[in-house]
Write a protein that binds this ligand. Structure first.
Ligand SMILES: C[S@@+](CC[C@H](N)C(=O)[O-])C[C@H]1O[C@@H](n2cnc3c(N)ncnc32)[C@H](O)[C@@H]1O
Length: 259
């Protein structure tokens, strides 16, 4: 995917002219522009790279039935992923975009994508809530793109507790996050924190891969952590990670405990 030379830093309806092609990327870019939600230009290649990578990695066999995009912001990642699945005639997941705030842009994006891709409208659901309350299961992919600071660790908690696959791009690394100071002095703070995150997943039995999502020109916070849970044997519906509750399709801790 190559970004055309869009001049403005924020995408507006008039920018559709830059994306006149038939490719899925151009189709989703037109939907973003048509929303006229002043989405930062860099979000387009960034979210697209994440959606493509998730699709390449997790739709090869046994695609997840649900995707929880934690800290979803505008909700773009879910729409892009759905468009890729649709184009590939692959099974469509239900995407839950979860954020503690739903920006007005997310409503405009929903309307615009709903019009451009009517088949996808029902597959994308925006939920306003705290990341800590997300309850995922083994057929869920937990995604977090630029989950700030300790939010990345919450995204990992959600994946571990749900025995869920994980795709995470952390950001806003800070000394407030628990880290090994000696390692940080040696390899840098970002690397020390993310390496410890990867080790935590691996210690719980997850197959972990670390990579670069996209070029640093698009975003300097481009470190990607992919995790696959220990496989669940055929006919085994329960997550492997120890938990006291039976698995639900998708829920909120408060709702589950109260019911
Ligand atoms: C840097 S933005 C990333 C947005 C989006 N993933 C993207 O890449 O464009 C971080 C998002 O995390 C959300 N957020 C912060 N703390 C949260 C929490 N505890 N639960 C849910 N969302 C949270 C913010 O509202 C914000 O939308």
């Amino acid at each position: 995917m190559r970004m055309p030379p869009v001049v403005a830093s924020r995408l507006r309806a008039t920018d559709v002219r830059h994306f006149a092609g038939d490719s899925t990327f151009h189709q989703v870019a037109r939907a973003v522009c048509t929303a006229d939600a002043a989405i930062a230009r860099k979000e387009l290649p960034e979210c697209w790279a994440m959606a493509e990578r998730i699709h390449d990695e997790f739709w090869r066999s046994e695609p997840p039935r649900r995707v929880v995009d934690v800290a979803a912001g505008h909700g773009l990642l879910g729409w892009f992923l759905l468009a890729l699945c649709y184009q590939a005639r692959a099974p469509l997941p239900v995407v839950y975009a979860v954020d503690e705030r739903m920006p007005s842009s997310a409503g405009k994006i929903r309307d615009s994508f709903g019009e451009a891709f009517p088949r996808l409208r029902a597959q994308h659901r925006y939920i306003v809530g705290d990341a800590r309350d997300v309850e995922a299961t083994s057929d869920t992919l937990v995604a977090g793109l630029h989950a700030c600071g300790g939010l990345s660790d919450i995204v990992i908690d959600v994946a571990l507790e749900g025995s869920s696959a994980l795709a995470l791009v952390p950001c806003c690394h800070s000394t407030k996050i628990s880290h090994d100071a000696a390692a940080a002095a040696k390899v840098g703070l970002d690397e020390a924190i993310d390496a410890a995150r990867a080790r935590r997943l691996a210690a719980a039995g997850w197959a972990v891969e670390r990579d670069v999502l996209c070029s640093r020109e698009i975003t300097p916070k481009n470190g990607l952590i992919l995790g696959r849970p220990p496989s669940v044997s055929v006919g085994e519906a329960r997550p492997l990670y120890p938990r006291s509750l039976p698995p639900l399709s998708f829920g909120w801790r408060g709702v589950v405990r109260g019911s």
